[in-house]
Every structure is written in C-alpha cells, then in structure tokens.
Design a protein around this ligand. Structure first.
Ligand SMILES: Nc1ncnc2c1ncn2[C@@H]1O[C@H](COP(=O)(O)OP(=O)(O)OP(=O)(O)O)[C@@H](O)[C@H]1O
Length: 270
C-alpha cells in the first residue's frame, strides 16, 4: 500500500517509529522525510538510538510501532531481504566480506545473490557474464579496480570499507543506509570515502550515521539530531550548527574545541 501524503521527492518516509528494549525506549516516535538524492545524516550522542534506527529501517530489528515507505511503497511489514530487493540496503552490516575471496569474487557473489532473488536458483551463462561485468563496474565505481584480483584479506582498512560499499551497491539500492563508514579511518582514507559517498549521490539516496562531524558537514544535505531516541531537530548543516538546543545537547563540545575540526566531539562520542 502506498503512502498518500508522500511528497514527490521523498525517497524514505518514516512515521511514528518506536522500539523499546525491555523498559528502555531506544526509538521514540521517530518521524523522518528523506528526500531523493540527498545525503541525510543522523547524528547524536552515544546511545541516542542511531544504530537502532538503522536496524529498524533495514528490517534487522522489528519495530514496536511505526511505518516506513520507500518511494511510497510500504516496507514496515517486509522482512530484511525483501527490503533489500525493493532497494533499501545497508552497508557494513548486511553484507560481509569473505576474506578468502578476491575483491571481484566478493562483488560477484553479491551480484549473484541479487540475481538469485530476482531470477531464482539456476543461472544462465548470460547471467554469469552479467554478474562478472557488473562486479567489475562496481569495483571501478568504488576505486578498487586495481585490487580486483587481490584477496580481500590483503586490503587496507579503507579499501576494505570501500569494498563494503561496493557489496551494498551490487544490490542496486535506491536508498543506502550507512553505519559509520569513516570509523577507524585516517585522514586520507576518510577523504576517499567522503569522495565516494559524494559521487553516490548522483544515483542514490544515502542515510548516513556518522560521528565524524567534518565528514557529516562536508556531505550532508540535511541532518537529523537524535537524543535519547527522539528527534531533537532536522535541518540543513547551517540550521543544525546554529540550533541552540542542538549545541546544548550535542554540538556544544565542538564549539568549545574552537578549531572547528570536531576532534573533541569525536572523543566525546566515540
Ligand atoms: N540489544 C539491545 N538490548 C538492550 N538495549 C540495547 C540494545 N541495543 C541497544 N540498546 C540500548 O538502546 C539505546 C540506543 O542504542 P544505539 O546503539 O541504537 O545508540 P547509538 O546512537 O547508535 O549509539 P553509539 O553512538 O554509541 O553507536 C542505548 O541505550 C543502548 O544501550
């Protein structure tokens, strides 16, 4: 069933999403309208419910209440794999890299998994060729072409995380959920990941959970701040940076840091 109130530009519409772990409300009545083609960042202090929210969106966790629409199509009553097939995929958790396979083989497995869902178990040789070609184009897309025949276990941390993104892209998502893609990265690797996410905007919508505020401010079209499971504010980068409540609840530490590099806040929030 489609959502009637959907605006033309909504990629993901979430209404009244709730999740409790026993007595603890991890997600309280979260409503979000994520526009197509945007990078929409979700930020907030530790324990704010960011990962829980991504798990509810991907279907890894069942919500207690609320609705999720992907381009108007109801997702909340679907299982995780069915959401992936519809175009709602999560990188860094839904897919896993097989160490003993090469970069290309890993990508091929991801493409073949999607074909299996679409066409059933038996593959034609044309589908095998399509899987190889698609895997190679995804390797190119995430900047791993020159490592295509390298074992995944030999990749650097940054390259491995780009492979994670590639595995998600191989599922042909329309909305990609990303859980801390810059985690554990140095400056150069973060820069490469920022450039990759920036380039993804041309073809899909990204929901980005990230503690690295430099990356968030560089990438986000809109930001939602979660505090104790509830939406404190949603707005542009400037609106969020200048929001007094947000500064008090979360960004204040960065302002005190003074140099604007977000380091202090990262320490506070990692
Ligand atoms: N499986 C679980 N069982 C019980 N409580 C949980 C579970 N997972 C998360 N929580 C609690 O739910 C709240 C939200 O956690 P969540 O991991 O979603 O926050 P987060 O914003 O992603 O935090 P972080 O920034 O540290 O990753 C926290 O209080 C956490 O302790």
């Amino acid at each position: 069933m489609a959502h009637e109130a959907l605006s033309n530009s909504s990629a993901l519409l979430v209404t009244g999403l709730k999740k409790s772990y026993g007595g603890l409300a991890a997600t309280r009545d979260v409503t979000l309208d994520i526009a197509a083609g945007h990078v929409h960042a979700i930020i907030g202090p530790n324990g704010a419910g960011k990962t829980t929210l991504l798990s509810l969106l991907s279907g890894a966790l069942a919500a207690d209440a609320g609705e999720i629409f992907l381009f108007g199509e109801a997702m909340h009553d679907r299982a995780e794999q069915s959401r992936v097939s519809a175009g709602l995929a999560r990188s860094f958790q839904i897919t896993s890299v097989f160490d003993e396979l090469t970069v290309l083989e890993n990508l091929q497995v991801a493409v073949q998994r999607r074909q299996h869902v679409s066409y059933g178990f038996f593959h034609s040789s044309a589908q095998d060729k399509e899987a190889k070609d698609t895997a190679l184009s995804v390797a190119r897309r995430v900047g791993l072409e020159k490592f295509a025949h390298q074992l995944s276990s030999q990749l650097s941390h940054g390259a491995r995380r780009r492979l994670d993104v590639g595995l998600a892209i191989a599922c042909k998502p329309r909305v990609l959920l990303m859980d801390e893609p810059m985690a554990g990265m140095g400056h150069e690797e973060s820069g490469e990941m920022i450039a990759l996410i920036q380039s993804l905007k041309q073809e899909l919508t990204v929901v980005l959970v990230e503690h690295d505020m430099d990356a968030v401010f560089a990438l986000a079209d809109r930001i939602t701040v979660l505090v104790q499971g509830a939406v404190l504010a949603t707005g542009s980068v400037d609106e969020i940076r200048n929001n007094a409540e947000v500064k008090l609840a979360y960004l204040g530490e960065e302002e005190e840091d003074g140099d604007g590099d977000g380091e202090k806040m990262q320490e506070e929030t990692q």
